[in-house]
Design a protein around this ligand. Structure first.
Ligand SMILES: [Zn+2]
Length: 293
């Protein structure tokens, strides 16, 4: 079970600190933002302690595919209403792809964007044309388009839409998919029957294009189009279904990343990873974080 979580990337140890944080939770995978998720201000990679991070990963037998970068969520390559927004997304993605590569990560997660006051077809056409403007990407870098919950005018809410985007891109080997369990549940897929979801994914997109899973419970019922993550076992997906996803043989080699909320200002990941590795739900583990307030 390749299991990790969102980790911080902050001074003084930057990426080396991110790897150390992940290891402290019993994780063998991790995901970070190369700077604040809500802006595009970025520090040069030479300052990010990358050599130390690689050394730590080597010592702990963590391959580069288990270190994942998430692009900031404010960039919107689907915005045809304000072309300067989509252009900024391209500019930023060029530098983010380079940074991801320099950090030594293979996967860069990207939200396909929102079509705002335009329409779905125009949005899809805009994402495709903007991504096709990117500089040539490093050969071993894969931009993973994330499945979305369908809040507002978000794209990426169905496998069909994602396939349509993927099939329009000029460098197909540089693109893939990140599947978020909370998002697809909120978009209307029944992840409690994960094998059926995988069958559908395979039929429409192809399972070989699935590179990362975001493993999150959801605060809302199926089909609610909300996108609010819950802690493992505390939402409407539930522990048993999330455990079945984490341990599914067909996605054994795909890193699963928790993006569940902090509890009382503290990360819940050590407890959640332990429960998932054991396959045993213990609500007291998360409650004890809550009660320690
Ligand atoms: Zn995301």
């Amino acid at each position: 079970m390749i299991l990790g979580c969102h980790v911080r990337m902050t001074a003084p140890d930057f990426v080396e600190g991110s790897v150390r944080e992940a290891l402290s939770y019993g994780a063998d995978a991790m995901m970070l933002y190369t700077g604040a998720p809500q802006n595009t201000v970025r520090r040069p990679t030479a300052q990010l302690h990358i050599a130390g991070a690689r050394e730590l990963m080597r010592e702990n037998h963590i391959p580069s595919g288990n270190l994942i970068v998430h692009a900031p969520y404010l960039i919107n390559p689907a915005n045809s209403v304000k072309p300067e927004v989509a252009e900024l997304a391209v500019q930023f993605l060029n530098s983010e792809a380079q940074r991801t590569h320099e950090i030594g990560a293979k996967y860069l997660i990207l939200h396909p964007g929102s079509y705002t006051t335009s329409d779905e077809k125009t949005g899809i056409r805009t994402v495709i044309s903007q991504l096709n403007k990117l500089d040539d990407l490093p050969v071993d870098l894969v931009i993973c388009l994330e499945t979305m919950a369908g809040k507002g005018s978000e794209l990426g809410t169905s496998f069909e839409q994602l396939e349509e985007i993927l099939s329009g891109l000029r460098s197909t080997e540089n693109y893939g998919i990140c599947l978020d369990t909370c998002h697809i549940h909120d978009a209307g897929y029944d992840v409690r029957d994960f094998d059926s979801v995988l069958d559908e994914f395979d039929r429409i997109i192809g399972l070989r294009h699935l590179h990362v899973i975001h493993l999150n419970d959801s605060r809302n019922p199926i089909g609610s189009h909300k996108d609010r993550h819950a802690n493992i076992g505390e939402g409407s997906i539930g522990f048993d279904a999330l455990y079945r996803i984490a341990s599914n043989r067909r996605t054994e080699s795909v890193p699963k990343i928790l993006e569940t909320p902090y509890i009382g200002g503290k990360p819940p990941y050590a407890a959640e990873i332990e429960m998932l590795r054991k396959g045993e739900y213990d609500p007291e583990k998360l409650n004890s974080l809550r009660n320690a307030l």
